[in-house]
Design a binder for this molecule. Structure first.
Ligand code: NDP
Length: 285
């Protein structure tokens, strides 16, 4: 039976440490780190994510502001909101909740966020730094996974790592972080031939596909570490991952559950990035 990697517990401990560092920051600089979240439209999942982010900020002592805009907001209006936040001294991090309503180009909007306030690490300049291995914000979900591996004492060095999924927010940056940690990395996608042969080689297998129970037991090597990024809803509305947990758990050495695995770590790493942005801001002024 695999060890269940408890993302909630790792997240709780990491947030405790962030809370302590935040108290130290407030004492030293007389202000709290601040995150502004911009949300356009009323997508129900996005509303929940934004609420959770804002609650997490309050819990660790950050200032947080949510700017709600209608789905019909124009690109110019949204850019002017970002422009104001850009020069607002109490705002260290700016996050625009994705997906944006139809008609708004996410690339234009994300590139308007100044890189030093881009706590999601989606700006082209931060993506470039991730490629180069330069110190910068790390994309929250992959960074949360690296933190979990570190806390669990799972070394990536020399391991065969397979990432299924190549999105800009999960798959690609995940591959880069594993590579920087000296893993031998293969990235798979919907055109990959012989997927099962490749996933079966993995010492560390990361599933970021968006399809319930996509990774079955026969795709996993005995003793592998299996990280499930998926957040899908089954026919009963229940949250499920990309991995067939019950079957794979018997074969893996360690596995993240859904819920309670990668999900809680993502917001925790957003907090980490916001504190880092606040530290950058005071050191630059
Ligand atoms: P995307 O839809 O952007 O990417 C999915 C990837 O899976 C694509 O690269 C796609 O390949 C690949 N894929 C699809 N079908 C197959 C297949 N049959 N074989 C191999 N690869 C395939 O999703 P995201 O990366 O944004 O998210 C992935 C999952 O993770 C979702 O369930 C999402 O909800 C969840 N998620 C969870 C987070 C968390 O905090 N826990 C945060 C972010 C996402 P191709 O590129 O060829 O189309």
């Amino acid at each position: 039976m695999a060890k269940i990697i408890d993302g909630r517990e790792i997240s709780r401990k990491t947030r405790e440490s962030i809370k302590e560092r935040t108290a130290g920051f407030i004492e030293k600089y007389g202000r709290a780190p601040g995150l502004a979240v911009v949300i356009a439209g009323d997508d129900p999942a996005s509303q929940i994510y934004v609420r959770n982010k804002s609650k997490a900020c309050e819990e660790v002592g950050f200032g947080s502001e949510v700017i709600r805009l209608p789905a019909e907001v124009s690109e110019a209006e949204l850019l002017s909101v970002i422009e104001k936040l850009k020069i607002d001294e109490k705002t260290d991090g700016i996050l625009v909740q994705l997906p944006l309503p139809r008609g708004l180009n996410p690339k234009v909007i994300i590139d308007a966020i100044p890189p030093e306030k881009d706590v999601d690490a989606f700006h082209v300049s931060n993506v470039g730094k991730i490629m180069l291995g330069e110190k910068c914000f790390l994309p929250c979900t992959p960074a949360g996974i690296m933190k979990m591996l570190e806390v669990e004492g799972i070394s990536v060095d020399g391991k065969e790592c397979v990432v299924v999924g190549r999105s800009n927010i999960v798959g690609k940056p995940m591959a880069m972080l594993l590579l920087q940690a000296n893993g031998t990395v293969t990235v798979c996608h919907s055109h990959t031939a012989n997927l099962k042969d490749i996933t079966s080689r993995a010492d560390i297998l990361v599933a970021a596909v968006g399809k319930s129970k996509f990774i079955t037991e026969d795709m996993v090597k005995e003793g592998a570490v299996v990280i499930d990024v998926g957040m899908n809803r089954d026919e009963n509305g229940k949250l499920t991952g990309d991995v067939d947990f019950e079957a794979v758990e018997k074969k893996a050495s360690a596995i993240t559950p859904v819920p309670g695995g990668v999900g809680p770590m993502t917001i925790t790493m957003l907090l980490e990035n916001t504190l880092f942005a606040a530290e950058l801001s005071v050191n630059n002024n």
